[in-house]
Design a protein. Sequence first.
Length: 139
Amino acid sequence: MPCLSGRFDPSQGILINLAIAKPGTLVPRPGETLRVQNFLALIDTGATRTCISRQAASVAGLVAMGKLPMVSATQTIPMDVYLADIVLPMGTAGLILPNMQIMEFNCDPNCAFQVLLGRDILAKGVFTFSFDGHFSFSV
């Protein structure tokens, strides 16, 4: 069972590095180099779906496939939806989650993270964290 664990600052939340690529590109073909982009992600138990900033989606080469309503406590806004392959930093090669639908979110340019890792991925395993600064996620 792949596991990701570590320490975090409770005042900042749990930040991890993960890789995002165009869908279907994480299977290397002869003579081809894998192209992935690494992004800092906040593990967000309040996010129903994993989200990415517009800038990060552009850097990763993702193309919007439509719009879905982004629901927050104060409003509902249609936002772009992308299909992406995600690599979580688990094990030596990482855990590949292919063809994930991820939504765009409005991210402040000075924000420390570009991705929100939501419950669509967290529900695939067991996620625990405590305010002594430890977390673990097993799939």
